[in-house]
Design a binder for this molecule. Structure first.
Ligand code: FES
Ligand SMILES: [Fe+2]
Length: 420
């Protein structure tokens, strides 16, 4: 038996988790096997806070959306102005799927089977033909933890969600609030099902080693994006000087406007791993457009200048965000099958911004629509490779340190789950 054979033959999930080599990609079974898919749902998606929507998608009482997380179906509904509720989308009568549309607006939540009717607070309001002793108070919908952080909506199906998320929320909210995403408008939403494991989607997002594949995005990013000071190659020195000038100018702007900008990076040093930073963009420095100028004339939160670079936020396990002066783009990743992952991308603009007047939708979406499609091809290519018996984990480059952090975080979650 060769060294590679041991990675696929006769090894249990415990073996694979125990022998994970730091600094190297994960073994193939992590990405291809049903066993790891089930473990990932139990140890990661059923235990952590997941980014699933924006407040802007549910502006009015009764607005709802449903989503699948592994075997769970979750119903998110606005009960009142700031009162967002989440429930298991399972009727308390005989368990039927309660709402089957992906989104909509309701007065009450009515089960399509025998018409048990719940309020948007989850209370059972009406159950036809029950005996007098029937107590509706015992049959409210099962709640799911939900909270909004600066207009970004997170749910957690665990009975006890990770306690450190409150600290993370307190750290990141001051970065988000000036953009007033809570009041923003959804300009567009695109769902993409990628032919790869959810971890490959996340890993791919955590490095720009592959960014030559993104000509549209690279116009906005400085050529040295992802390099540390020590890594800047000689031919990129002048581009790096341009970055340093833009960075110094931006820091002065952030200070003047009172916008938090410091890098805070705790990707694998806490349960609710995250990374946040404001950073400069190249060219006009305003937005993800071919010349770097704002894609939307009406700025988010009535910010006084468009030249604010981008606020980038990464959250374990399933999200990343780019928040700019003129728009925000949110990315939510949910596993569908070992080799299939749903990526939802949502573009937000100022609530009064008018399509065709303040922004052209094609221009607004162009960079990330193209980038997502390019990334989906890379993820599919990676999935094809890791499924081969010949695949063996390879070493990360220094510029892939966030991929390593993601895998460290993930393997720690599995260790805690398997050896609890
Ligand atoms: S299963 Fe919902 S009303 Fe019967
Ligand atoms: Fe990419």
């Amino acid at each position: 038996m060769t060294a590679q054979d041991t990675t696929t033959q006769g090894s249990t999930a415990h073996d694979l988790v125990a022998r994970r080599t730091t600094g190297h990609s994960l073994e193939g079974a992590f990405y291809t096997g049903q066993e790891f898919f089930g473990l990932d749902i139990e140890a990661v998606f059923a235990k952590h806070w997941l980014f699933v929507a924006t407040d802007a998608e549910l502006p009015e009482p009764g607005d709802y959306l449903t989503l699948d997380v592994g075997p769970y179906s979750i119903l998110l509904v606005r009960h009142g102005g700031d009162d967002l509720r989440a429930f298991h989308n399972v009727c308390r009568h005989r368990g039927a799927r309660l709402l089957d549309q992906e989104r909509g607006s309701v007065g009450n939540l009515v089960c399509g089977y025998h018409k048990w009717t719940y309020g948007t607070d989850g209370a059972l309001r009406h159950a036809p033909s029950q005996p007098p002793e029937f107590d509706p108070g015992c049959f409210g919908l099962k709640p799911v933890h939900v909270r909004s952080v600066g207009g970004l909506v997170f749910v957690c199906v665990a009975e006890e969600p990770p306690a450190d998320f409150a600290e993370v929320a307190a750290l990141i909210e001051p970065y988000l609030l000036p953009h007033r995403l809570r009041e923003a408008k959804v300009a567009a939403r695109v769902d993409l099902v990628e032919d790869g494991n959810w971890k490959l989607v996340m890993e791919n997002n955590r490095e720009c080693y592959h960014c030559d594949s993104h000509p549209e995005l690279l116009r906005s990013f400085f050529p040295t994006y992802g390099c540390t000071e020590a890594d800047v190659p000689p031919q990129l020195r002048s581009a790096h000087e341009r970055y340093l000038r833009a960075d110094a100018e931006l820091r002065a702007t952030y200070d003047r406007l009172g916008l938090p900008f410091a890098l805070v990076e705790e990707l694998d040093t806490r349960v609710s791993g995250f990374r946040i930073q404001r950073d400069a963009l190249d060219l006009a420095g305003e937005s993800f457009t071919p010349d770097g100028t704002a894609a939307c004339r009406r700025l988010l939160g009535d910010l006084p200048t468009a030249r604010l670079g981008h606020l980038s936020l990464h959250l374990q396990p399933n999200a990343w965000f780019h928040v700019l002066s003129d728009h925000a783009v949110t990315f939510s990743v949910l596993p569908v099958a070992p080799g299939k992952t749903a990526l939802r991308t949502t573009w937000l603009v100022h609530p009064d911004a008018e399509e065709g007047v303040d922004y052209d939708l094609g221009t607004l979406m162009k960079v990330w629509r193209a980038t997502n499609e390019q990334d989906a091809r890379l993820v599919a290519r990676a999935q094809q490779g890791v499924g081969s018996p010949a695949y063996e984990p390879g070493p990360y480059a220094p510029t892939e340190y966030q991929v390593e952090a993601f895998c460290n975080w993930y393997v720690t979650r599995l260790r805690e789950h398997l050896w609890r």
